[in-house]
Design a protein. Structure first.
Length: 120
């Protein structure tokens, strides 16, 4: 039994009738209707639009990784050879990660080096 006080809305918490069933379960009807109409959930446009956006993101990431790899090559020429040392030096130089953060992990450096070598 729910608590009895003046602020409690009733026997069940109130929810939007479009998203939730009266008993608190999720109503999947909007998703089912969208699928029947041929719409792909989660995207604002067609599959072609999503493919173009994916290609643009990939191209941008490739350019950013090429710049970072050039900095890593310079760091390696300076004598820092381990991923941990390279990560520390990247942080000291203010180079941001592909996600835009300022903290580098040795695993991120290893992935960039592996992708450069073609092993990934």
């Amino acid at each position: 039994m729910p608590p009895t006080c003046s602020t409690w809305p009733g026997p069940y918490p109130r929810a939007s009738p479009n998203r939730f069933h009266a008993a608190g379960r999720i109503n999947f009807l909007p998703a089912v209707l969208a699928i029947r109409k041929g719409r792909k959930l989660g995207t604002a446009g067609s599959a072609e639009t999503a493919a173009r956006a994916r290609a643009a993101r990939s191209e941008q990431a490739t350019k950013a990784n090429a710049t970072t790899r050039a900095v890593i090559a310079e760091i390696q020429r300076a004598g820092h050879l381990t991923p941990a040392a390279i990560a520390h030096e990247l942080e000291a130089r203010g180079v941001r990660t592909p996600a835009g953060r300022d903290r580098w992990a040795p695993a991120q450096v290893s992935r960039l080096l592996a992708a450069k070598a073609g092993t990934r």
